[in-house]
Ligand binder design. Structure first.
Ligand code: ZN
Length: 309
C-alpha cells in the first residue's frame, strides 16, 4: 500500500461554528463561537463582552465550586470549561479561539457530545506545524481529602478511574480507557454531569447550578434517576468523571502521553496534579506523538492509467 509515515500535524477547525445555551452555575444565556486559530495558538477563551482573552492553561485555572474556571488574574473569568476542553482534546484540536458573550461555557446536555458534534460539523484541518505532546517521564501524585490523582509514564494517553459513592445507584464504579479519538467519542463523550438530589438542592441554595435542569444534569435520588430516559451508559457516572479529567488534563497546554489514575478525585486534584508535574523538570518533557501512517489516496484517473499501463 502506498503511503508515508509522518509526524502528526497540529489541527484546528476548518471553519467557525457557534451555539447557544445556558450556563450551568450562572443560569445565564450565553452564545459561543469556536473559531480556527493559527498553529502554536493553543486554546484561547475570548470574552467578547469584556474584550479579555485567557489561555486555556492550568496556570490560569482557579478554584471554583464544582467546575473548572479560568481567570485573567483580575476580574474576568470563564467558568465550566472542562466539557468543551474534553471535546477539543478528544477530537485532537490543538488550536482554537472560543468566543463567549458571558462568564460561562454553555452546559448544553451536560456532556461533551454536543461540542464534539459542533467540531465535526465545522470540520478539522491539519496545519503547518508538528503536534507537540507532553510525555510523563516520572510518576507524580496528589493525595487529599480521601482522594488520589496520579500521572505515570505510558507510551500513549490512557486513563483509569474509580469512584465510590454511598448512593445505592452509583456505588463503586471502575473503568479504564485508552483515550484515542474513537474511544473518547464512543466511551466517554456522551456521559453527563450528575448530582444527588439533596446536593443539587444545596447548590441551588448556595446560588449555584441555577442553569441546572434534568435536561443537563443526571439527578440521582436514592436508587432512582429522575431523568426520563434513564442513563446513557450503565456506568455513566465514572465515565463522566473520566471526561472531566480529559478536559482538565488538556489544561496542560498539549496532549499528554502517560497514564492518569483517579480515585474519587475531582477538578481541584487534577489541577494540583498538573502543578506537581510541571514543578518537577524530571517528571515531564515535550515530545512528538507517534508517527501515523498516511495512505496515499489515488484519484480515479491515476488508477485507470496504472491499470492500463
Ligand atoms: Zn463534568
Amino acid at each position: 500500500m502506498l503511503g508515508e509515515i509522518t509526524a502528526p500535524l497540529q489541527q484546528t477547525l476548518k471553519t467557525a461554528i457557534g451555539c447557544r445555551g445556558v450556563g450551568l452555575h450562572s443560569g445565564r444565556r450565553v452564545a459561543m463561537n469556536l473559531l480556527p486559530a493559527a498553529s502554536g495558538t493553543g486554546i484561547v477563551f475570548r470574552r467578547i463582552d469584556t474584550g479579555v482573552e485567557i489561555l486555556a492553561n492550568w496556570i490560569n485555572a482557579v478554584e471554583s465550586a464544582r467546575c473548572t474556571a479560568l481567570s485573567d488574574g483580575e476580574v474576568t473569568s470563564v467558568g465550566t470549561v472542562e466539557h468543551l476542553m474534553a471535546a477539543l482534546a478528544g477530537t485532537e484540536i490543538d488550536n482554537a479561539i472560543v468566543e463567549l458573550d458571558g462568564p460561562e461555557v454553555p452546559i448544553m446536555d451536560g456532556s461533551a457530545a454536543p461540542f464534539v458534534f459542533l467540531i465535526e460539523c465545522a470540520g478539522i484541518v491539519e496545519q503547518d506545524a508538528p503536534r507537540r505532546a507532553i510525555e510523563v517521564l516520572k510518576s507524580v501524585s496528589v493525595v487529599a481529602d480521601g482522594a488520589m490523582a496520579v500521572l505515570s509514564p505510558d507510551h500513549r494517553f490512557s486513563m483509569s478511574f474509580e469512584i465510590d459513592f454511598e448512593s445505592s445507584l452509583i456505588r463503586r464504579q471502575v473503568k479504564s480507557v485508552v483515550v484515542d479519538v474513537g474511544a473518547f467519542k464512543s466511551e466517554l463523550s456522551r456521559a453527563r454531569t450528575f448530582g444527588l438530589l439533596d446536593e443539587v438542592s444545596r447548590l441551588r441554595e448556595a446560588g449555584l447550578a441555577r442553569g441546572g435542569s434534568l435536561d443537563n444534569v443526571i439527578v440521582v435520588n436514592g436508587d432512582q434517576v429522575l431523568n426520563t430516559g434513564g442513563l446513557r451508559y450503565d456506568d455513566e457516572f465514572v465515565r463522566h468523571k473520566m471526561l472531566d479529567a480529559v478536559g482538565d488534563l488538556y489544561l496542560a497546554g498539549a496532549p499528554i502521553i502517560g497514564h492518569f489514575r483517579g480515585v474519587r478525585s475531582g477538578h481541584a486534584h487534577t489541577r494540583r496534579l498538573l502543578a506537581a508535574l510541571f514543578a518537577d523538570p524530571e517528571a515531564w518533557g515535550y515530545t512528538t506523538p507517534a508517527p501515523t501512517f498516511r495512505p496515499v489516496v489515488l484519484d480515479q484517473p491515476d488508477v485507470r492509467a496504472r491499470v492500463r499501463a
